[in-house]
Structure formats: C-alpha cells, structure tokens
Design a protein around this ligand. Sequence first.
Ligand code: HEC
Length: 260
Amino acid sequence: MKTKLLLGILVVSSIISCTTDKKEKLNKIDGITEVENDVVKNTSKGYELMKQKCFICHFEKPDPSRKDQMLAPPFLRVQEHYKPTYPKKEDFIVSVMSIINNPSVDKTLMPGAVKKFNLMPKLVYDQKELRLIAETLYDMDYGNSPKMKMKLNLRLNNGKKWKLSKNSIGQINEIVTNLNNFEATDISSYNKLGKDIFDEAKMIMLDESYTGELWEQIHAFFNGIENNMHSLISTKSIDQAKGEVTILKTKFDQFYDYFE
Ligand code: HEC
C-alpha cells in the first residue's frame, strides 16, 4: 500500500516537473517570458483582419482609462453575450456574420449596447474574411480579465419605485405569465421560452423614452438576468433549463419591488 502511494507521488511529481520543464523550454524558444497582457497573442490571419476592420470601433477589452473613446462594446463583452447563446463554434460564426451583415434590433443580443452606442453601422465585408474574423472572435481567450462590468445594484428612487410606461409593465406581466404558465417537457419549448422572454425584455431595454438613472436601473435589472436568458435560449439540458426558469421566476418577482 505504502509503496504504491510512494510510487504514485513519484510519478505525479515527475510529470509536474516534466511539464514545467517543457513550458520553460517553450518559453525560451518563443522568447516569451510572460504574457504581458492577458489577451493571448494571436498572429492568425483572422486576428490581423480583425485589427484592420474592427478595432477602429471595438476595443478588445474594457479599458476604463479610455472609456470616453469607446464607440462600441469591447469584444470581450461581445463574446460574453454570443458564446453562451451559441456555444457551438459554427452556430456562433453564422450568427455573428449574420448580425454584422445586417445589424438589426430584431436580432441583437446586446440591446444595452445598441441603446448606448446606437446600432452598428452596416458595413460590407468580404464574406471569407468575415468568417475568419468571426472564428477568431470565438477562439479569442481574453483571459481572466478583472470583471470590470460594474455590478450594478438595483435601488429605489428616493424610497419610491421607478415608474415605467404601461407598455413596459404589460411586457413584464406577459413575461411573468409566460414563466408561470409554462408547462412543457421538451427542450425546444424551453429554448423558445427563453427567446420569447429575451425579445420582450429587449423591447423594454431599447425603449427610447428611458434615460438617465431610470435607464441605468432598467439596465441593472436585465444585466442581472442576461446570462439566465441566454442559457435558457441555448441549453440542451432540461435540468439546466428548469433551473434557469426557477431563477428567472424569482428575479422577475423582484422586478415589482423596484418598478411599477
Ligand atoms: C464603425 C464602427 C464599428 C465597426 C467598424 C465595427 N463595429 Fe461592431 N459594433 C459597433 C457598435 C456601435 C455596436 C453596438 C451596437 C450593436 O450591437 O449594434 C457593435 C456591435 C457588434 C456586435 C454585437 C451585435 C449585437 O447587437 O448583437 C458584434 C458581434 C460586432 N459588433 C462585431 C464586429 C466585428 C467582427 C467587426 C469587424 C468586422 C465590427 N463589429 C466592426 C460598431 C462597429
């Protein structure tokens, strides 16, 4: 027993030392000491194209020091929205290409960005190049960037609830009814429920009449459930879908504590 354990430790430690050795060697060969920023260096054709065609407007990662130069959401954020909804690479590529070829409020996954920056202008790209760019966007490893996404906290309006239009409240009521009456056992119905909720939510987030503090609060609420909606749209697991529905029900209940 003891010898086996010892042997095990020996094997494991030699594997560890071997891999660190290899890493060091590789680093020496590449001349890389440390990755300077945590965006992995990328020398692919797709990345080159991305630099030329997209970085005029998009940063790779949020950069607070250049906040006022931001014209579009950083790609890290774009990836955060698209990957959970389209976990498969090909689906991701197709949907990214499609929204770039035809930016539209109907198809956006980033209503917050549309509201903040206006819709991405329609630009014509070579489709092969665009595919390479979309592929790169999927593959990019933006590292464990410090979450700069402000965790916006919901708060009341001087102790009172925020007032929304009748229309918006109607849309929320519809979402809540949808959630509460939902009875299905197949995953595609769950995915559709996610899509329906997201589409309604989008209408509220894109409503032109909400500005300033009120808009921030609406944004804060939907930010908090964005991942749940995206994963409900795309999950293939019934258990996960059920989990998301439960969370969404709870969160939408809280909506009425802050808005009326
Ligand atoms: C002229 C400025 C500009 C350029 C150039 C540009 N974008 Fe955008 N992009 C925007 C803005 C503004 C938004 C946010 C509004 C929106 O989502 O439509 C955006 C949003 C996006 C989104 C999210 C779309 C959504 O709403 O779901 C994707 C994906 C995207 N850009 C990819 C790209 C890629 C890839 C390139 C390069 C091929 C590129 N963009 C070039 C301005 C630009």
